[in-house]
Write a protein that binds this ligand. Structure first.
Ligand SMILES: [Zn+2]
Length: 342
């Protein structure tokens, strides 16, 4: 398996995160990068850096003004007196309030959904490098059959013009748009992160050429709360091209793999010519912020099923947080995918 990774991933290292009223060490830590990279290396996979494909593939799915905000925010830090290591706000634009302010603090609240996405000195190089990994993995998947993008920070909660849920640029969406451009489409995204891929759904909700399928814990009482329900099926030209498969909290391998199979059947029915897997590993029972009970065997089972679909496949890292099972589950997934392809 070709593994695309960027050492710049380690340059975004947020400190704290407010979870359920309590500040805790931010779950999306830079250490995830080295742990996942080392797991891939020890699995015998071939590591490569992605090269620089520029802003074009990012602008294919993101608003250029939002991208410019991410790229420039840290250099504008002097506009926020008292700033320390992070640009972060506690005030957010609601749908009823839609004016675009000039100042940095107001822009942060316009372009962020929550307090999980602080911008630090190394944030832009990290998110840019992750996006380049997604682009390179899409290209490699079309050339070689499969590739894995070790994207960090993750991306599937990022909308066309907003960060949120630890995510800045939507790496899975960037990979899918890249694949769509190269193949003529249709292409599909199968999101198996424990959280609904709300940003990805939002980006492609009115499009028929990129099918989005998400298997996740029921958002009725779990992040991202405001999207991810089964009756969200797409709109306009995209009607019927979004599929949500929420599962009850605590669900294990049986129902999770059945949902993965249902997602793959929907993708096959649409004649997809390429596949992006939004590969969150936080459906694991051991994950510190997870809500499902998937085992290592479950991840291997999903990998085999996805591989047997026979599509050019870009695996794009999403969530999955620090615990002993994190590298084990990545290793199991990549090994099972390769085994099912040979
Ligand atoms: Zn997640």
């Amino acid at each position: 398996m070709r593994v695309l990774h960027s050492p710049d991933s380690a340059r975004h290292d947020p400190a704290l995160y407010m979870r359920r009223g309590t500040p805790i060490p931010h779950p999306e830590q830079a250490a995830r990068y080295a742990i996942l990279r080392d797991a891939a290396l020890q699995g015998g996979h071939v590591l490569a850096e992605p090269g620089d494909h520029g802003l074009g593939p990012i602008h294919a799915v993101h608003d250029p003004d939002y991208v410019a905000f991410l790229a420039e925010a840290w250099t504008r830090g002097a506009e926020m007196p008292g700033i320390a290591d992070e640009i972060l706000t506690g005030a957010f634009a609601r749908p009823q309030m839609h004016r675009k302010p000039a100042g940095l603090l107001g822009l942060a609240g316009l372009y962020m959904a929550d307090t999980s996405t602080p911008i630090r000195a190394g944030t832009w190089p990290a998110v840019y490098g992750a996006a380049q990994c997604a682009v390179a993995a899409a290209d490699a998947a079309l050339a070689l059959g499969q590739a894995y993008a070790l994207c960090r920070p993750p991306g599937h909660h990022a909308y066309a013009e907003s960060a949120g849920g630890f995510c800045f640029l939507n790496n899975s969406a960037i990979a899918a748009a890249r694949m769509r451009a190269a193949t003529g489409g249709p292409v599909a995204i199968l999101d198996i992160d424990v959280h609904h891929g709300n940003g990805t759904q939002g980006i492609f909700y009115t499009r028929a050429d990129i099918l989005t399928v998400s298997v996740h814990a029921d958002p009725a009482n779990y992040f991202p709360f405001y999207a991810g329900y089964a009756d969200e099926t797409g709109a306009g030209a995209g009607a019927g091209f979004n599929r949500n498969l929420p599962l009850p909290e605590g669900s294990g391998d049986g129902p999770w793999l059945a949902a993965v199979e249902a997602g793959l059947a929907a993708i096959a029915a649409r004649g997809a010519r390429g596949l992006v897997v939004a590969l969150g590993l936080d459906a694991a029972g051991d994950d510190p912020i997870g809500a499902l009970s998937v085992t290592r065997a479950g991840f291997a089972g999903a990998a085999a099923r996805i591989a047997r679909a026979g599509l050019p496949t870009a695996l794009v890292q999403e969530g999955g947080y620090l615990c002993a099972a994190l590298p084990e589950n990545l290793a199991a997934f990549l090994a099972a995918f390769d085994a099912a392809r040979t």
